[in-house]
Design a binder for this molecule. Sequence first.
Ligand SMILES: *[C@@H]1O[C@H](CO)[C@@H](O)[C@H](O)[C@H]1NC(C)=O
Ligand SMILES: *[C@@H]1O[C@H](CO)[C@@H](O)[C@H](O)[C@H]1NC(C)=O
Ligand SMILES: *[C@@H]1O[C@H](CO)[C@@H](O)[C@H](O)[C@H]1NC(C)=O
Ligand SMILES: *[C@@H]1O[C@H](CO)[C@@H](O)[C@H](O)[C@H]1NC(C)=O
Ligand SMILES: *[C@@H]1O[C@H](CO)[C@@H](O)[C@H](O)[C@H]1NC(C)=O
Length: 471
Amino acid sequence: MDRFFKTMGWKTKTAPTLLSLLFLYVTSARAASDEEPRSHCADFHNSTWPYRQQGSKLRMQYLLYTPKTPDCASLFSRDSLSTNTTFNASLPTKIIVHGYRALGSKPSWVRELAQALLHAQDANVVVVDWVYGASFAYNLVVESYKEVAVQISVLINQLQEHGCKLESFHFIGVSLGAHVAGFVGTLFKGQIGRITGLDPAGPMFKGADTYNRLDPSDALFVEAIHTDSDYFGISIPVGHVDFFLNGGMDQTGCARSKFESILVYFPVYGYMICDHMRALHVYISALNGNCPLIGISCLTYENFLEGRCLDCQRVFNGTCPQIGLIENSGITVHPLPQQEKLFLLTSSTQPFCAHHILVHLNVSSLDKSAEVQVTLKTRGLPETEETLRLHTDRNNYRRVIGHPVTLCEIDSIMLKNTGARFYRQGDIHFVSVCISEFPSVRPVAPLCVNNIDVRRGSPWNHDFVQLCGDT
Ligand SMILES: *[C@@H]1O[C@H](CO)[C@@H](O)[C@H](O)[C@H]1NC(C)=O
Ligand SMILES: *[C@@H]1O[C@H](CO)[C@@H](O)[C@H](O)[C@H]1NC(C)=O
Ligand SMILES: *[C@@H]1O[C@H](CO)[C@@H](O)[C@H](O)[C@H]1NC(C)=O
Ligand SMILES: *[C@@H]1O[C@H](CO)[C@@H](O)[C@H](O)[C@H]1NC(C)=O
Ligand SMILES: *[C@@H]1O[C@H](CO)[C@@H](O)[C@H](O)[C@H]1NC(C)=O
């Protein structure tokens, strides 16, 4: 995202103000298209910008979804507990906290997230509506996030009196909402059950000390999913485990250069926040149980892409953490690790899962450095490809590619000698080209082809003849 501002010649520091303006322009158009709620169901506060006066009340309210009322929210408060409510204190309680809302538009994704949570687990789902306080200049909103947390802690105290256990609360905080949840956790000395931060906000938080932002001491288990850590999201790990999707910065299917996309498409809103909102959409997909989203622990994304981290032995005793509601993300080691970085590749569309295919090239020594493009193909699906730079002083290269299906469903591999024309790149001889998948549940031999010459201008193709099964 930084690139956009640099291209425009703006200093990144002035960007939040600028973003507020962009948000203001575009969300006005956007809000109108949000799904209209059914009339008898409760909804977010209506609001018109600019209405928040400094020092004025936050006007928070809570909406409740339960297994008996998954399609229709009701207003929820302490008083609801003494009347006819579907809130059930013996069930766990999920609390959804949204983030910054320019122009006071209500978050359009709330119902989908609430329903996905109810699909995955019998629970009470409470949505915090602080749109009124969240719709102002970003820096002023940041000033009030602790006040929001204090208000929520009052509700938690009331629910505890009603019989809810502190460890049965699970906060799902989006962007700035993740730090709100973190501060609620601080108020309860880290004894609430779980906090999930969906691309926790970065601006004004990265340098903050742990008291002021989400961190592993805020709950018994804290996890975060990072998708825009170079701009709206935070770049540092903030949980026991932190899933960095595609490295955590730029997401597949979101316009690669946001600057270009802004010139070509209007309104820009969807493109500006595409990376940031991906964490939420991937989480919803995981809740719906479409396919496993598993993170591999690794020190850096570069190491991960170079195939240096193929399992979770080092930190997790072999069980890689998984995005979703599974307890502690499936981590069995004790004590829990802290700020452990996990990497995974995703595809660009629902349900976002990708299989991690390791390509291993063994190249005969080269006179000049060269470039080769590796493409994996499966009938009926988009091809996946990576370009590798080959050097004169190395023979072995490893690269991870995120492919939509598993190893045994890859039909063919193509290698292209893609050195620039003026470069006079010669033939490349490969001693072997192998592909394998990780993390593997059971050992599977890599698929290898030996002794290949790849000429400039004529790509090399190989079809795999294989069946999926236990053979
Ligand atoms: C919000 O505004 C819409 C239309 O302007 C209205 O139908 C609805 O009742 C309002 N909702 C609340 C909670 O005030
Ligand atoms: C309680 O609420 C449910 C729906 O939420 C309704 O069907 C039922 O009639 C209510 N019962 C009483 C006693 O009000
Ligand atoms: C509340 O949830 C518990 C546990 O699932 C269940 O046994 C009980 O019947 C529920 N109570 C009501 C009133 O639905
Ligand atoms: C690691 O896993 C193995 C089996 O998967 C188990 O026997 C062992 O106790 C585990 N070690 C720890 C420290 O949890
Ligand atoms: C690469 O190929 C060379 C020549 O056959 C062989 O000596 C070497 O062990 C291979 N390296 C790997 C990592 O397979």
